[in-house]
Design a binder for this molecule. Structure first.
Ligand code: NAP
Length: 384
């Protein structure tokens, strides 16, 4: 889905020229990509998820701002999996410790630059802006394309705020999100128990069953969490509620804070409800709860390459062993049915992406939406 014209290579890209509602501002355009520099690589993007932060970035309410190119705008998307298709002449000859050392055509790489612009087919970047990851037999391209944001966030939040011991409880909101599912499975692998809060829905039993199968200890709706009998039950747990994780905001955050054990941190990492937080002062005075914030982007910026790769390799091994399953994917194929000309191709793709964004924004989808630029991915197993 890339084309060559007058010696230039074009990437088909989802772009925006102004901040605003994604359904209104996104366009699909053919964007000329930069020539390959001696220290660069050209990559073909295979798949890229739609994460809440991508939407926030398009809306202009995310602190990581993209670069706007004249006549094109900014390319949307921050996460994804790419394959190396060409190497700059110096890259193949690099010493083992320099950026981009050891990269080969065909390698899987993860974009590693803020606001990379992953919702496109091709990119020419400096070799230091991608990171090679090992290929494992049971790690699908879709699982690899969604590694750096959600499973990594779950991993860090469980490791970095308190030392969790086997038998401890972690309470979390939006437990059916991609982060939430990773939290459940990592906790299961590490012997930690989870109290999982979800929003009520028609098919609640099915969702409770799904999360329990993943390893959830308890699954409750936010309504149940407000019931006196449930609160009384949670006071009698046979282990401390040592950590709270919240990406919703609003009333449910207050209820989660009430369940925490003395001195436990409540880590805020998202604001899906877009509602403000209110905590009774008594929770600070008598329980000494610690309200903290977490941002994966900040962690990445503070770590060296070895530390990041150690975490990713551990996560990839868990995925390979079947201990860390991806959420079910809603795949948005980049291919469009045959149409008369290039403008129609772009128009059809644009409509398809806008429709997907509208469905995603409505909530209750229980799926991770992902753009599949590589047609081979359409035959992939779509979960696990
Ligand atoms: N701070 C960081 O570094 C960091 C990193 C990764 C992710 N995050 C945040 O983590 C959260 C989950 O991301 P994800 O990619 O895992 O999400 P996801 O898989 O796309 O799932 C979205 C989740 O949000 C819930 N949700 C949607 N609208 C909601 C609303 N109005 N009120 C309450 N819950 C709502 C959904 O529940 P329903 O099924 O009930 O709709 C679902 O659980 C987001 O807030 C994201 O920004 C933060």
């Amino acid at each position: 889905m890339s084309r060559q014209f007058c010696g230039k290579l074009f990437s088909k890209a989802v772009t925006f020229a102004d901040y605003g509602r994604p359904q209104e501002v996104l366009r699909v355009t053919d964007r000329a990509i930069a020539p390959l520099s001696p220290t660069g690589v050209r990559v073909r993007i295979l798949a890229a998820p739609i994460n809440p932060s991508d939407i926030n970035q398009i809306e202009g309410v995310y602190p990581a701002r993209p670069t706007f190119e004249p006549n094109v705008g900014a390319v949307a998307g921050n996460e994804g999996l790419a394959e190396v298709v060409a190497l700059g002449e110096q890259v193949a000859q690099r010493s083992p410790n320099s950026d981009g050392a050891g990269l080969q055509v065909g390698d899987w790489v993860l974009p590693f630059r803020r606001s990379f612009g992953t919702w496109q087919t091709l990119a020419s970047v400096e070799a230091s802006q991608v990171v090679k990851i090992p290929k494992f037999t049971n790690v699908s391209p879709l699982a690899a394309a969604t590694l750096t944001v959600n499973p990594s966030t779950a991993y860090r939040m469980l490791k970095d705020f308190v030392t969790l011991r086997p038998g401890d409880y972690v309470i979390q909101t939006a437990a059916n999100s991609s982060v939430g599912r990773a939290v459940i499975q990592l906790c299961k692998a590490w012997g930690i128990r989870t109290i999982n809060i979800v929003r009520d829905r028609d098919n609640l039993d099915q969702l409770v069953h799904e999360l329990t199968e993943l390893g959830a200890t308890l699954v409750l709706t936010d309504g149940q969490l407000r019931e006196a009998s449930v609160r009384a039950q949670l006071k009698e747990l046979n282990g401390p509620v040592a950590l709270g994780l919240d990406c919703c905001g609003g009333k449910v955050s207050t209820e989660v804070a009430r369940v925490l054990s003395h001195g436990a941190p409540l880590v805020l990492y998202g604001a899906m409800s877009k509602k403000p937080l209110t905590f009774p002062v008594s929770l600070f005075i008598f329980k000494d709860i610690q309200v903290r914030g977490y941002w994966m982007t900040r962690w990445y910026g503070q770590q060296d390459h070895e530390t990041r790769l150690t975490m990713w390799t551990e996560l990839l091994k868990l995925i390979d062993q079947g201990a860390l399953q991806s959420p079910s994917f809603h795949v948005i194929p980049w291919l469009v049915p045959p149409v008369a000309n290039a403008d129609d191709v772009n128009g059809s793709l644009q409509t398809k992406i806008q429709d997907a964004l509208r469905d995603y924004s409505a909530g209750f989808t229980n799926k991770k939406f992902i753009l599949a630029m590589d047609p081979k991915l359409l035959t992939e197993k779509l979960s696990g």
